[in-house]
Every structure is written in structure tokens, then in C-alpha cells.
Design a binder for this molecule. Structure first.
Ligand code: HEM
Length: 462
């Protein structure tokens, strides 16, 4: 199916090989290569939100060219009469979908990227419908039904695999014609490839003023990944892994951003402090147009806000159970070999035994705890990263999330520009935020329920 030989589907032996090869191109330093594409998508996203919120009220019916970012954002409004009020669960999906499709394939705005987005959106909108669909899909034989949703999903997967196999071949051929082999090109900075094409549907290998390293895509990274002992990935492994990376990265990042924005909209004080820190960085660089990834990454309070939101709302609520290969004792409980052991990060992050939780404040959104933690670690000489498991949103140990650096890059970039350009607030008369659980979580994926809105307005003073 969609993820067949994808990393998170693989048993330990096969996983080790694919993981070792993939990590050759997916460490934290190499991830920087994704920034130019992510930045382009974030800029388009921010400009499109601006375009929508600046529209005069009651002009909501004006149509946009289908498939553009602006038209997708128009569809995220709670109602057509109000251009400022958005459904929080929807508002980051256009960003996340476009970012992951472009990062995966590096395509221009042609027909292929639209097709890929449509298929992917179709598959993932099914996920939103209800828990019922998810339960049905694990009934043996259900996914092979020759009609309805199973048929729709199978056809989409077939089309997606065909498209991406073509792209893998196109890339491999371009590498061959430039006489570049994986074994000699693990350091892509040394590449001299000059293949360029004006066709919007082709992979952009070398754009004007951008080096090969700057235009990194998942597909290229996985095609090029090479380990002296394990070799390279096969074409099928590349295709399946591109899709598993896309699937793993789309809703997780969008849902996490929704939670962050909800928390910022709820707390004026925290948002104002974040805006102050962001403004300061922009002021130093004279203009928002001069901001680089290093500038964004230097904003410590932004990191604290993101980390705090991910602590309270890890979009993957727990680590999949592992099977113990030997007897062991966990916190005084004997666990025999063969037991399934899992960790619910949603719970572990909030309890008193978590080092960053003090005086029972585990359920409170308080980004400052990460600043305090940073100072304490420095004083106590604790090295970074330390494996104390106070933050396991991306899992931990030998098999953590491989896309964590990329996801953090996307979240940081969009939040930085979002709070610089806009004020966020909750709609008036939202009574349910005063009573009961304000977060409105939908289990088991911890996505937000559809009835939570956010108001976005253009910042007047900076
Ligand atoms: C906020 C965003 C994200 C969160 C919270 C998250 C969380 C996680 C967690 C908890 C795991 C471990 C699952 C387990 O073993 O039980 C995981 C694995 C994985 N994630 Fe992420 N992830 C995020 C974004 C991404 C992105 C953007 C990508 C791709 C670019 C990605 C790709 C993967 C892959 C391929 C695995 C499987 C790794 C393996 O089995 O070796 N994730 N993720």
C-alpha cells in the first residue's frame, strides 16, 4: 500500500538498513538544505492570508483560481461573510500539504504537483471524517473492496506511485547523464550539475543563484543517500519512503501549528512577548526580507513556545509499543521478555516526575519553563541533548522521528512570519473556552475538533 517499504512499516532488520542509508542525508545539518523550498511556501502562505484578511467583508464570494494557496485559505474561513475568522483545524493544512509535496518532489507549480496534492488531500480528508473509517480500514479485506472509499484510496495510491516512480527515473537519468554516482556525491556541496529545465512539472535541479545543496528535496535526498556498508535505496524503497515521509509529516505538523496558534490566541501576554522578540530580530536585519533561517532559529522564545505546545499536545500521542527482547524492571514493575511496552507522551509530559514540571503546573502552557530549564542545565553542566526524556514528542532512543528537524524548521518559519505580520485572537462569545476542556481534542490522533476558530488580523503597529 502507500507506505509498503516505508521506514515506519519496516521490521527491525530491514529498518536498520533503510534508516542507516536515509540518515546519511537526513541529519540536522543536512536538513538546512530544505529551507529554501520551505521558505518559498511560507512566504506564499503569509501573502495569501494577508490577501484574504484584507478583503472587504461580504466580498467572500469572489472566486480565486482553483488550487492556489489563496483559494485554499478562502475555504478555511468559518463563513464567507467573515474574512478574518478561520477554522483552526483547517488553516494550516494548505501550508503543510504544499510544503511537504514541494519538499518531497521539488516541483514547480505545474500539473503534477496539483495532482499529487489532490490525491494526498483526498486520502487525508478521509482521516478527518470519523474514527469509524479508521476502524473499518483494519477489518481484513475491507481495503480490497471494489467500490467506495477503499477503491478511491487504492486508485489514488496507484496514481501517486506511478507519478513518483516517473520522477525518480527522471532524477536518476539526469544524474546519469551528468555522470554523477551516489558513492561519489554524498557531499552534495561539491556537485557541478547544471541540469535546468523551464518546464514547471520537471524537477528543478539547479536554479539560478541556488546551489544544488540549496534545492534539496526528499526525493533527491533518498535517491542520493548512500552508505558504504549498506549501499543505496532501490527505486521502490525511494518511492515508498517519500510517501511515508509525506504522510508522517503532513497532519502532524499542521495539527501542531493549530495548537500553537490556539495557545497564542488565548494568551495575549505570551504572544506580545513573542512579537517583541521577533520584531527585535527583524529590526536588527533592517527588513523582514533579509531574514534568514539562522535568524529565525536564533529566536529562543519562539523555540520555547513551540516546545511547550508540543509538550502539551504531541500530535502523535505516544510511542508505538516495542516488544521487550529481555526481562526487565520498569519503576519496580517486572516486565517479562516479549511484553509490549509503550509510552504515552501526552501523559508523561504533564506529570510531576517530568523534570520540567514544577508545583503541579504540568497542564499549564508556560513557555518560560524551557528558558528556566536551559539556564539550569547550563548551571548543572548537563549536556544537550540530554536523554532525560522530559520531551519525547518526537520519540527518543534509537528510533525517533526522522523528520523532526524539518518539521521544527517549518513550524518555526511559519510562526515567526505569522506573529510578525498578524495579531491572533479568539472569536468573541466562545463560551466553551471558559468551561471544560478548551483544547477540544479529537482522539486518538490528538487533532483539534472542527468547532475551534481563530481570528487573524493584520498587525498595525510593529
Ligand atoms: C510535529 C510533527 C511531528 C511529530 C510530533 C512526529 C512524531 C513522530 C514520532 C513520535 C515518531 C516515532 C513513532 C514510533 O516509533 O512510535 C515518528 C516517526 C517518524 N516520523 Fe515523525 N513526527 C513529526 C513530523 C515528521 C515529519 C515532518 C516527517 C518527514 C519529513 C516525519 C517522518 C517520520 C518518519 C519517517 C518516522 C519513522 C521513523 C522510523 O521508524 O525510523 N515526521 N514521528
Amino acid at each position: 500500500m502507500l507506505f509498503g517499504k516505508g521506514l515506519f512499516m519496516l521490521p527491525p532488520k530491514d529498518w536498520k538498513r533503510v534508516h542507516t542509508i536515509s540518515m546519511r542525508s537526513f541529519g540536522s545539518a543536512q536538513t538546512k538544505g530544505f529551507y529554501p523550498i520551505i521558505n518559498t511556501v511560507v512566504m506564499d502562505y503569509i501573502a495569501s492570508i494577508k490577501q484574504v484578511v484584507k478583503r472587504k467583508k461580504n466580498l467572500g464570494n469572489i472566486s480565486e483560481k482553483l488550487g492556489t494557496m489563496t483559494s485554499q485559505i478562502l475555504n478555511c474561513r468559518r463563513n464567507k461573510q467573515n474574512n478574518n475568522r478561520f477554522v483552526l483545524d483547517d488553516i494550516f493544512r494548505p501550508l503543510s500539504l504544499t510544503a511537504i509535496c514541494k519538499v518531497a518532489f521539488g516541483l514547480g507549480d505545474g500539473v503534477k504537483i496539483q495532482l499529487i496534492q489532490e490525491h494526498f488531500n483526498g486520502i487525508f480528508s478521509l482521516q478527518k471524517e470519523s474514527g469509524k473509517a479508521a476502524i473499518l480500514s483494519i477489518i481484513p479485506g475491507y481495503m480490497n473492496l471494489p467500490f467506495g472509499k477503499p477503491l478511491f484510496i487504492r486508485n489514488s495510491i496507484k496514481a501517486l506511485h506511478k507519478l513518483s516512480s516517473e520522477l525518480v527515473m527522471e532524477y536518476r537519468n539526469s544524474r546519469k547523464s551528468n555522470n554523477i554516482t551516489n558513492a561519489t556525491t554524498t557531499d552534495t556541496k561539491n556537485l557541478t550539475s547544471t541540469t535546468t529545465t523551464n518546464n514547471k512539472d520537471h524537477i528543478v535541479i539547479n536554479e539560478k543563484n541556488t546551489s544544488e545543496e540549496d534545492r534539496k528535496t526528499l526525493l533527491k535526498v533518498l535517491c542520493d543517500a548512500y552508505d558504504a556498508n549498506e549501499g543505496s535505496l532501490t527505486d521502490t524503497e525511494v518511492v515508498h519512503n517519500v510517501f511515508s515521509f509525506m504522510a508522517a509529516g503532513m497532519s502532524t505538523t499542521a495539527d501542531s501549528l493549530s495548537h500553537m496558534v490556539l495557545e497564542l490566541a488565548r494568551s495575549k501576554q505570551i504572544m506580545q512577548r513573542l512579537q517583541k522578540d521577533v520584531d527585535e530580530i527583524v529590526r536588527k536585519k533592517k527588513s523582514i526580507d533579509n531574514i534568514t533561517w539562522e535568524d529565525i532559529d536564533s529566536c529562543n522564545y519562539l523555540t520555547a513556545v513551540i516546545k511547550e505546545s508540543l509538550r502539551l499536545f504531541p500530535s502523535v500521542g505516544g510511542v508505538a509499543p516495542r516488544i521487550l527482547t529481555e526481562d526487565c524492571e520498569i519503576d519496580g514493575i517486572f516486565c517479562p521478555k516479549g511484553s509490549y511496552v509503550g509510552i504515552a507522551s501526552l501523559v508523561a509530559h504533564r506529570l510531576e516526575f517530568n523534570r520540567v514540571v514544577t508545583n503541579g503546573d504540568g497542564n499549564i502552557f508556560r513557555p518560560e519553563r524551557w528558558e528556566e530549564d536551559y539556564i539550569r542545565r547550563q548551571k548543572e553542566g548537563i549536556k544537550f541533548p540530554s536523554n532525560d526524556y522530559s520531551f519525547i514528542t518526537f520519540s527518543a532512543g534509537v528510533r525517533p522521528c526522522i523528520g523532526r528537524h524539518m518539521s521544527l524548521m517549518e513550524m518555526k518559519a511559519v510562526l515567526f512570519h505569522l506573529v510578525f505580520n498578524f495579531d491572533l485572537s479568539l472569536p468573541e462569545n466562545l463560551e466553551e473556552f471558559e468551561h471544560g476542556d478548551p483544547r477540544k481534542l479529537k482522539f486518538p490522533l490528538l487533532t483539534m475538533k472542527e468547532n475551534v476558530d481563530v481570528c487573524i488580523s493584520v498587525r498595525v503597529e510593529k
